[in-house]
Design a binder for this molecule. Structure first.
Ligand code: GLU
Length: 442
């Protein structure tokens, strides 16, 4: 009995890894092209920080002649919320942020773009690692793991599955083989050869040089349901999707040593990482993260509900992403924001403050540059869902266009509308009785 037999017993149908190297060809892209991805887990609504990630990923891909991807990371099926993936996609569409490749482009060659549909790919690599002695089945029960933790805490040692605490790491192959044949439950762990006394050097595009101890945890790579953990899956996906720049939340920085180790062990070139700080909010005198639970403005769908146009939200997000955007915008009031030379290196290391007042201010400027026709169409669409009275006011399109066209399209346009939910109040004076005559005579 050897490691190959064990690997075959666990994954009898897995294809050789070479099959996938052949299937997912290296992308043919110009020099310097960046392939980026936004990789949300479908665990709830899209956070406005997610919209910013998606926008940054796409801007970088577009500006370098690369490709943008949205990958749905749904391997933790216990946390999955029904329909969340579709809602995330719809939300991106509402912001005009659909990427080049996603679950909505099933015909593209680097898919599927939902991790749960890529199970066989991850298993092929888990099998190959088992054959090489770089992964192993672990039979520890939750009780075993609790016991290990209690002992570690009592001994004042780091918690986790590493070093002398790895009960199953050196289990004889015959024994593991028998246990699996007997139907004992197991998961697959990565066999780490990292040494925390040594440091890995990570050069983050945004945060600069960060040295961290090597990873020595034998992390789970395949769970008992046969699906991979996020760590394992993302390395394989980023490799086969040709991703060479990962911009993601800085909560993942502590995982970088493990991620680099996984790329290296799998024989892949690691992408560059650009870790972005979370959006913050002023709460009294202190700052805290913009929270999905506490702040309605954390929900990306909220802006549509209160009628802030997507252009305004994106302009504002670009403002917090790159501080020089504001000056650029002042110098180039009429150029589409997509032409702004975005620079990851100019992103703040600390989290930017999300400020609704500023957003509304940006929105006033953005809307002031819209044509009357655009204001009309967007406000009308919004009103149909949220405000019947406004629909009535806008029903007479000719008159409404006149009202909305006042001081618009000139050098110094009026800047009084920040959101469609303000519009009724803003134009009400034009609908007072004294104007009825004008209206009726139109
Ligand atoms: N699926 C992870 C998340 O939602 C993304 C991590 C990554 O971008 O690498 O946080």
């Amino acid at each position: 009995m050897d490691r190959k037999d064990l690997a075959n017993l666990i994954f009898p149908d897995a294809k050789p890894v070479e099959y996938y190297e052949e299937k997912y060809k290296v992308r043919d892209l110009p020099e310097g092209a960046l392939v980026t991805r936004y990789a949300p887990s479908p665990t709830g609504f899209n956070h406005i920080g997610g919209v910013m990630q998606a926008m940054i990923s796409q801007t970088i891909a577009k500006q370098t002649g690369g490709v943008s991807i949205v990958r749905i990371e749904d391997t933790d099926q216990k946390r999955e919320v029904e329909n969340a993936a579709e809602q995330i996609m719809e939300n991106l569409r509402d912001f005009d942020l659909l990427p080049d490749e996603s679950i909505w482009t099933p015909e593209k060659t680097y898919g599927p773009y939902r991790q749960s549909e890529r199970k066989e790919l991850y298993q092929a690599f888990a099998k190959s690692l088992i054959e090489k002695g770089l992964a192993y089945p672990c039979f520890c029960t939750p009780e075993d793991l609790d016991k290990i933790r209690t002992n570690q805490e009592a001994a004042k040692e780091r918690t986790g599955y590493y070093g002398k605490w790895t009960k199953c790491r050196n289990m004889p192959i015959d024994m593991a083989y028998e246990k699996i044949k007997n139907g004992d439950p197991y998961i697959i762990r990565f066999r780490s050869n990292g040494n925390p006394d040594r440091k890995i050097k990570h050069k983050d595009v945004i945060k600069g040089n960060i040295d961290m101890p090597e990873n020595d945890q034998d992390v789970v790579i395949i769970k008992s349901d046969g699906l991979p953990t996020f760590h394992f899956a993302h390395a394989i996906d980023d490799h086969f999707m040709g991703v060479n720049l990962v911009n993601r939340s800085d909560e993942w920085i502590p995982s970088v040593p493990l991620h680099l180790q996984l790329f290296y062990t799998l024989g892949f070139k690691a992408p560059k990482y650009a870790h972005t700080a979370p959006m913050m909010k002023l709460d009294g005198d202190s700052r805290r993260k913009l929270s999905k639970r506490k702040d309605p403005e954390a929900n990306a769908a909220y802006y549509w509900e209160i009628g802030i146009p997507k252009e305004s939200v994106k302009e504002y997000l670009m403002n917090i992403a790159n501080s020089n955007f504001e000056i650029w915008r002042r110098q180039n009031p009429d150029i589409p924001m997509e032409e702004f030379p975005f620079d990851l290196k100019k992103m703040g290391v600390a989290g930017a403050l999300f400020d609704m007042v500023k957003l509304l201010d940006v929105s006033k400027n953005t809307i002031s540059r819209f044509t009357a026709e655009k204001v009309y169409n967007e406000a009308y669409e919004w009103a149909k869902r949220y405000d019947e009275e406004l629909v009535e006011m806008l029903d007479n399109k000719e008159y409404a266009l006149k009202v909305l066209g006042i001081e618009r399209g000139n050098e110094k346009p009026r800047k009084d509308i920040a959101k469609w939910s303000d519009l009724k109040e803003n134009i009400a004076y034009m609908y007072d009785e004294e104007f009825d005559k004008i209206k009726n005579n139109l």
